[in-house]
Design a protein around this ligand. Structure first.
Ligand code: SDX
Length: 428
């Protein structure tokens, strides 16, 4: 903490002080919770300079391109850990002993199946429904099945619903894909790892034995790890706000899925690959870069820019490396990778992008890897949502374990009509 203070001098009023708070790293904050009693609010649409909470889960330094999960750099975790261990770390705050990891992984495996009645929900969707629409609907409906863990004041019940969500999201996501291509659902298999199991549920068919390619399983696990959590982004803030009202965890995660869907957020991976396809070849890049710079043109380079990172997104660096490894291991040459690499080179040398500190973000390369794995574009944001569920639920649990947690209720600057009397229709 800190004994720093800030003095506020509002015209016509006596000056007053506000306390400040310091964390382990990052910006100090001004505690403005008493400001309302002075007759003023802070104004920060888009939350450009607002800390909405205290958290111990993830730290980002946007200027230095640093991302820590419970203090561990994402590069080291991506290199030495795996997604299921990262789930334990995000949820429980420490790396597990080998014994605890085995117990955790087996517990998750024992929750991967879903109630058979949930499978019938899919029949209510048109066959070309976007998989994100199915994910949003089915996850929200899960609260109608799991009544034994809806007491959010009970840490044990919060843990059980957290484990259920982490375990069942891949099953539901794969079902959304299978439904969209008219193939039978594939049940989870407990003899497979988290990523192997997901690929098996996505791609195996009754007619033949499906062998999970270990290269694809490793790449899938890396994708899951790089999307697991990212501080107070839009969808995590949505989950926290929904959870602050006491909504059940399944409803909160459904709200997070809905928020992630936007192209400015998690929908950017799908939009980025579509953009690379639209560009099509390296010689078309200058035309699209010019459009991205043209204020009159709403086109933006998807996969570029970030509210926090004003340097390389460390996840994009790992993603780019994985992209090369996967494509060369599969002996696949994808012209879209050539377009992506050249687009990155041009953008990083262009004054517009340099001056605005626009760098590739996590969504820039992920689509190329997902395409190499065989994941259809419409499933890209579903993969992001699956991966981020552990981050969302970790923040949800952290918030609910705090003493004196309050419902989130922002105020506003009112610019509407001043008080006026009603006018009867005959007098208008
Ligand atoms: C994710 O918050 C998180 O942590 C998110 C995330 C996570 O893990 O949860 O990291 C995941 O959402 C990554 C971002 C994915 N979105 C995209 O790739 C979509 C394209 N990027 C942008 O729409 C934009 O960069 C945002 C939304 C990501 C960030 O927007 P900001 O911080 O609100 O910045 P801004 O829109 O105010 O842009 C600042 C300037 C503007 O120009 P000026 O008005 O100052 O002249 O940069 C320009 C923008 O026009 N700009 C771009 C651009 N991104 C910003 N210009 C061209 N192409 C772009 N991609």
């Amino acid at each position: 903490m800190t004994d720093k203070k800030v003095t506020v001098q509002i015209t016509g009023q006596d000056a007053f002080e506000l306390p400040m708070m310091s964390g382990t790293a990052g910006n100090d904050v001004i505690d403005v919770r008493t400001l309302g009693s002075k007759g003023v609010f802070t104004y920060d649409p888009g939350f450009l300079a607002t800390a909405s909470c205290q958290s111990k889960i993830t730290y980002i330094d946007g200027d230095k391109g640093v991302l820590l999960h419970r203090g561990y750099p994402i590069e080291q975790l991506a290199d030495g850990s795996n997604y299921i261990e990262l789930c334990y770390l995000l949820l429980h705050g420490e790396l597990p002993s080998p014994e605890k990891l085995v117990t955790f992984e087996n517990t998750i495996k024992n929750h991967t199946m879903i109630h058979e009645k949930i499978a019938t929900f899919f029949n209510g969707f048109v066959v070309d429904a976007h998989p994100m629409a199915m994910l949003c609907g089915v996850v929200g409906a899960m609260s109608s099945f799991y009544h034994d863990d809806l007491d959010i004041s009970d840490p044990k019940q919060r843990q059980r619903s957290s484990y259920r969500l982490i375990a069942k999201l891949p099953t539901i996501a794969a079902m959304a894909y299978k439904y969209s291509i008219g193939q039978p659902f594939v049940y989870p298999r407990n003899n497979l790892s988290y990523s192997e199991n997901f690929l098996n549920m996505m791609f195996s068919v009754p007619a033949e034995d499906y062998k999970v390619n270990p290269i694809l399983a490793d790449a899938m696990d890396k994708i899951f790890m790089l999307h697991a959590d990212h501080e107070q982004n839009a969808s995590t803030s949505t989950v926290r706000l929904a959870g602050s009202s006491g909504a059940n965890p399944y409803a909160c995660i459904a709200a997070g899925i809905a928020s992630l869907w936007g192209p400015a957020h998690g929908g950017a991976n799908e939009a980025c690959l579509n953009m690379l396809k639209q560009i099509g070849s390296v010689d078309k890049i200058p035309e699209f870069v010019a459009r991205a710079k043209d204020k009159a043109d709403p086109f933006r380079l998807m996969g570029f820019g970030h509210r926090v990172y004003k340097n390389f997104d460390p996840r994009a660096k790992v993603m780019r490396q994985t992209c090369h490894e996967v494509l060369s291991a599969l002996n696949v040459s994808d012209p879209l990778l050539d377009v992506a690499m050249e687009l990155e080179r041009i953008a990083l040398e262009d004054e517009y992008f340099v001056s605005k500190k626009l760098y590739p973000n996590v969504d820039f390369y992920s689509g190329i890897i997902l395409k190499a794995i065989g994941i259809p574009t419409s499933m890209f944001t579903v993969i992001f949502a699956m991966s981020r569920t552990v981050g969302w639920i970790s923040h949800w649990d952290e918030m609910l374990s705090e003493e004196g947690q309050k419902i989130g209720r922002p105020r506003q600057l009112y610019t509407g009509a001043a008080k006026r009397d009603y006018v009867a229709p005959t007098d208008r």
